[in-house]
Design a protein around this ligand. Structure first.
Ligand code: 4NP
Length: 157
C-alpha cells in the first residue's frame, strides 16, 4: 500500500483472484490519484486465495507498463482487518460484492460498494479467460472508474 497516515481515504480494490482486475485497478487508481494531486492509500486483494503470493498476471503487467503505470503487488486474500483498516472497499463485480458482504464482520466501518456504482453501475468483466484486448478494455474501464471514484471523493459529483 502506498501513501501515508495523512491519506484522505484508504481504498481496497477487490476481485476474485487478485492477479488481473484488482491489481490493475490498484495501480491505475493510485496513479490517477497522484496525477490529480490527491493523497490516498490504495491496496488490492481477492475474495479467493488461489493465487496468494503471486505477482499479477503477465498481461496485467504488460498492459500497465504499456501505459507507463507502475504496478507492484503480490496477491493476497481479503482479511477481516480490511473492513476496519480501509475507508472504501470497491468490488469489481457483483459476485465479489456478495462475497465481500458475506464475510464482513459486525464492526466493519468501510463503505462497501460495486466500483462501477460510482459511474455506470457496470461490473468489470473478468479478462482471465479472454484476449489481450480484454485486458486493454479492463485498463480503460479502471481509468474511467478511478476518475469517477475520485470525483465523488472530491465532492465533484
Ligand atoms: P481476477 O481474475 O479475479 O481479475 O484476478 C481471475 C484470476 C484467476 C482466477 C479467476 C479470476 N482463477 O480462477 O484462478
Amino acid at each position: 500500500m502506498s501513501a501515508s497516515e495523512t491519506s484522505i481515504a484508504k481504498v481496497l480494490v477487490v476481485c476474485l483472484g487478485n492477479i488481473c482486475r484488482s491489481p490493475m485497478g490498484e495501480a491505475v487508481l493510485s496513479a490517477t490519484a497522484k496525477k490529480r494531486g490527491l493523497n490516498i492509500a490504495v491496496d488490492s486483494c481477492g475474495t479467493a486465495g488461489y493465487h496468494v503470493g503471486e505477482e499479477p498476471d503477465d498481461v496485467t503487467i504488460t498492459t500497465c507498463k504499456k501505459h507507463k503505470i507502475p504496478i507492484n503487488h503480490r496477491a493476497r486474500q481479503l482479511a477481516r482487518s480490511d473492513f476496519t483498516e480501509f475507508t472504501h472497499i470497491l468490488a469489481s463485480d457483483s459476485n465479489n460484492l456478495r462475497d465481500i458482504k458475506r464475510v464482513a464482520p459486525d464492526n466493519a466501518t468501510a463503505e462497501i460498494k460495486l466500483w462501477g456504482s460510482y459511474l455506470d453501475g457496470k461490473a468489470i468483466p473478468d479478462p482471465w479467460y479472454g484476449s489481450l484486448s480484454g485486458f486493454e478494455s479492463t485498463f480503460e474501464q479502471c481509468t474511467a472508474l478511478s476518475n469517477a471514484f475520485l470525483d465523488q471523493l472530491e465532492g465533484k459529483q
